[in-house]
Design a binder for this molecule. Structure first.
Ligand code: 5CA
Ligand code: ZN
Length: 412
């Protein structure tokens, strides 16, 4: 799939320090040990509805990672999928009386517009599930051959399942106990009660053809991919083993990332699919997690249509720490708009206080598990000083503006 146009990134002199991020599996902040080329797989959208601020916050989190890697001298290989084969998409298409492909294309195009407006760097490979059926089939074949997968005893619907105990390390990513796993599995797309499975936790790999659903041929019968195997297959194909980061929102910790990792590990023999599992907190609105299924959405496209500047949306989302569940509100947006104006006023002065220290601090805070609240406070400090007391450095305002653009993706 064609991804969106990249925003320009200005050159900020110097280099940022090595990035440290919280790893969900190890439950600690530790250095991201990327080589010259840093690799990242981030779970993409299921394109049945428009991009809301929760999605935006998650992609913004990984956009910062991307920018910090570039700033510390890495090349980046960033891969993202599009889940254009899934129940919610078919249900919505049926409800609205349109073809599921048309719905997916429409929402994917709107997502690209929103990402472009928010100045999110695009992935290098942007792969829809419908473009990766061959990779999925190959992976499932390997799992069937090794015994990690099995076909349920159901003549009508011979679905293929993954044995949750196919790898001994299963569970290390989330760290959840079995009771929690079973609950979340049921809540987040799993089917614990499917008859014929060896274990309630076993995850669907290939769903045998049902009437009214799209299907593709395979050696184990016509059908369509399960969800977790889609991401395992695309990541293995486009990056290979040992990715630096597997990312998404915290609602993907289990079952999605646990199973994607287990699927990959059972065929590669590696004990750990990704070196870092990185999860963004949930954005809420009106007291609940913003979700398409609940319908309590603030859409990026709606805010844009209302005349809200994308830079203010971006800055509002960056005002909280990426791992903290937090609420969007009019006050968050109003604060962001004020801050944006303050930064603009300060960076268009003829001179200001020396910028060396503030740029180093912003780089340091961001490299420390993306501490945007501290980075924003440091920039506020410099701006207030510049506006209150002036300064003698005629290059400083432009240097600060360049740092804000390169590191935070905000053009002042
Ligand atoms: N297609 C799958 C991933 S393979 C999927 O989860 N799609 S999604 O459209 O439901 O979500 C896209 C991304 O946005 C995921 O990383 C998800 O974790 C994140 N996300 C969804 N809701 C929120 C929210 N309220 N706050 C923050 N991130 C969210
Ligand atoms: Zn995914």
């Amino acid at each position: 799939m064609q991804s969106w146009q990249p925003p320009s990134i200005p050159i900020l002199p110097g280099r940022g320090p090595q990035l440290r991020l919280y790893d969900t599996a190890d439950r600690q902040v530790r250095p991201v040990s990327a080589g010259e080329e840093a690799t990242m797989y981030v779970c993409g959208i299921t394109p049945y509805d428009a991009t809301h601020l929760g999605h935006a916050a998650t992609y913004l989190t990984f956009d910062l990672v991307h920018r910090l890697w570039l700033d510390s001298g890495h090349r980046v290989n960033y891969v993202q999928n599009i889940t254009d084969v899934d129940d919610p998409l078919f249900e919505r298409a049926n409800r609205d009386g349109i073809d599921w492909r048309e719905l997916a294309d429409r929402e994917t195009a709107l997502f690209a517009e929103d990402m472009t407006a928010l100045r999110i760097l695009p992935p290098h490979a942007y792969v829809a599930a419908t473009e990766a059926i061959g990779e999925v089939v190959e992976l499932v074949e390997k799992m069937l051959a090794s015994g990690a997968a099995y076909v349920v005893d159901d003549a009508e619907y011979p679905d293929v399942y993954f044995r949750a105990d196919a790898t001994t390390q299963f569970g290390y990513e989330s760290g959840y106990d079995r009771e929690t796993m079973l609950r979340l599995f049921g809540e987040r797309g799993g089917d614990p009660d499917r008859a014929g499975k060896s274990d309630a936790l076993d995850a669907l790999l290939w769903r045998a053809q049902r009437s009214g659903e799209p299907s593709w041929p395979s050696p184990f019968g016509p059908g369509r991919p399960g969800w977790h195997v889609e991401c395992a297959a695309i990541a293995l194909d486009r990056i290979g083993t040992g990715l630096d980061i597997q990312g998404g929102g915290s609602d993907l910790i289990f079952p999605h990332h646990e199973f994607s990792a287990a699927h990959a590990e059972c065929v590669t023999g590696e004990r750990r699919f990704a070196r870092h599992y990185v999860h963004a907190g949930m954005i809420g609105w009106g007291g609940h997690k913003m979700s398409k299924s609940r319908g309590n959405l603030v859409l990026v496209s709606q805010l844009r249509a209302d005349g809200v500047e994308p830079a203010a949306i971006r800055l509002g989302l960056l005002a909280g720490h990426y791992r903290t569940d937090r609420s969007w509100s009019d006050a968050v947006l109003a604060d962001a708009a004020l801050r944006l104006q303050r930064w603009r006023d300060a960076t268009t002065l003829a001179a200001g206080p020396d910028a060396t220290d503030v740029v180093a601090r912003v780089r340091g805070y961001l490299a420390d598990d993306l501490d945007t609240p501290k980075a924003l406070a440091a920039l506020d400090g410099w701006s207030i000083d510049a506006l209150s007391y002036g300064g003698h450095d005629s290059k400083a305002p432009q240097t600060v503006a360049t740092a804000v653009d390169a590191l935070l993706g905000i053009k002042l």
